[in-house]
Design a binder for this molecule. Sequence first.
Ligand code: NAD
Length: 252
Amino acid sequence: MTGSTREIGWGIAQALAKEGVQVIFHGLGEAEELERQRRTLAESSGVNVGLHQADISQAADVARLVEDTQRAMGGLDILVNNAGIQHVSPVEDFPAERWDAIQGINLNASFHTARAAIPEMKRRGWGRILNIASAHGLVASPFKSAYVAAKHGQVGLTKTIALELAETGITCNAICPGYVQTALVDAQIESQAQAHSLPREKVIRDIILAAQPTKRFVGVEEIAALVIFLCGDHARSITGAAIPIDGGWTAR
Ligand code: NAD
């Protein structure tokens, strides 16, 4: 499970562990803090939890992450590609290095993990590949060219993998959340409220959630619950789907 150290990834990792799934807890951060978090998850869930800190902007490190996971856990049945980054800028000013980093982490890493994990899943005749894309995998917003391109690419990759693996017992789906209230979004609310001298509630409703008809953030636990469902046997016919969980955003 890539990018599981905080926010959406942490919520999914906790939900999987609660269901008795052994988890490789992965992401960037301070080693001691991550080890503390790993231990907390292992103790609270009672399952085996490993820690990996591969930088998934590097293809070789992604391959190592999958190999180490298979060795540590004796296999890899569920792959969740969650790690992602964002940069906001008009196209003509968009730093080329940020474009490359976003494609590398948000799109290429999902290819490299799947490529490395599929042979073992095929041998076992069962697997679940879940790509945490975004509503921006289905529709665009201005100033987010790299993110929108990468997330649309991730949805295309999801469909292709699903078709290639359709008869193998392995499903591949993309989850497309709208806005989730993470620390990053919280900081945006504060800065917009100060910049425009507006109450927090107005910033949330009219600026941050302008495109989200429910005017409510998507909860991390809602995304985690969908992951758990898609990992179950009742979801075995759901493959190649890009499932919005976006408060109606992409219904417009
Ligand atoms: P976050 O920034 O809180 O966490 C990202 C995770 O990815 C962290 O664990 C981080 O360590 C890891 N990561 C980033 N770069 C990495 C690298 N080079 N190597 C290894 N790990 C790396 O993100 P979040 O807001 O929880 O979002 C998680 C996913 O959900 C992302 O793919 C994001 O695009 C998607 N998403 C988020 C929202 C939202 O509103 N927050 C909405 C839709 C989709």
